[in-house]
Design a protein around this ligand. Structure first.
Ligand SMILES: [Zn+2]
Length: 265
């Protein structure tokens, strides 16, 4: 599941492969861009911002993609067999050394580079961004004191980059339930600092390890561990749904290790 660190890693790989390369052929498989052609332009930069990614060209264009739940970027050598189904491919960018494939990207649009702020200007501070501002993240979170911390962490206007994995894991690590009102979270500065550390620790791999143990099945405290014993106290981990942008997302917690209110019954 893409989170800020996943997008950061994708941007790192795309940057290494494409920056400085001329686009030989572009194929946009979304209706709005069906006639768009960037061939002849060169890739100048690939920039992650929260869960958004911008691929900029020297023609002054930015290809904006958002990963949501399913999106991926793949890189192949020319002639190499694709590991994506044709109907899932949204964009194909061909350069001499690499073919980049945007797969299952729910957002794929082109805009002038100068207008990137139009789609990400609302985002809160990004722990993986060059301008990370933890004090501003704390200030924005404090501005939503009644919002459950598990919802606040996913609200990209307050702090950018975290998704469902980090939501559950950070609440476990800080010993509070995801339903704790943000205004009642003790040491919000420490909460934000740890979330930033987790995202940064995983940006080179995208593995979303929070326990420090990279072995298969050991990387997380509570995420997707419903009914299994808490790694600290042995209490069965629980799961309940919590709203996020109009959908209910599974949220995991240890009812012994984490203090505060539980899910609304
Ligand atoms: Zn526990």
């Amino acid at each position: 599941m893409p989170e800020g660190d996943t997008v950061f890693l994708a941007a790192t790989r795309l940057r290494a492969a494409l920056v400085g390369q001329r686009l030989l052929e572009t194929d946009f498989r979304v209706p709005r861009l069906a006639t768009t052609n960037l061939a002849g332009q060169s890739v100048t930069e690939v920039v992650p911002r929260g869960k958004h990614l911008f691929l900029r060209t020297d023609g002054g264009w930015s290809l904006h993609t958002h990963f949501r739940m399913q999106g991926e970027w793949h890189l192949y050598r020319p002639g190499q067999r694709w590991g994506a189904k044709a109907h899932e491919v949204r964009v194909v960018l061909r350069t001499a050394p690499w073919v980049a494939l945007g797969v299952r990207l729910p957002v794929c649009e082109l805009l002038p580079t100068g207008e990137e702020a139009r789609v990400v200007g609302h985002l809160g501070p990004d722990p993986l961004g060059p301008d990370w501002d933890p004090d501003e993240a704390v200030r924005r979170l404090r501005g939503a004191p009644d919002l459950a911390i598990g919802e606040a962490v996913l609200d990209q206007r307050l702090i950018a980059g975290a998704g469902n994995v980090y939501k559950s894991e950070i609440c476990f690590l800080r010993g509070i339930t995801p339903w704790t009102p943000t205004g009642e979270v003790p040491d919000l500065e420490g909460f934000v600092a740890l979330l930033a550390r987790l995202l940064r620790a995983n940006r080179a791999t995208g593995n979303q390890i929070t326990t420090g143990d990279p072995r298969p099945g050991r990387g997380r405290w509570v995420m997707e561990r419903t009914g299994r014993p808490c790694r600290r106290c042995g209490t069965p981990i629980r799961m309940a749904r919590q709203p996020s942008y109009g959908t209910d997302r599974p949220t995991y917690w240890c009812p012994s290790c984490q203090r505060g209110q539980g899910p609304p019954s």
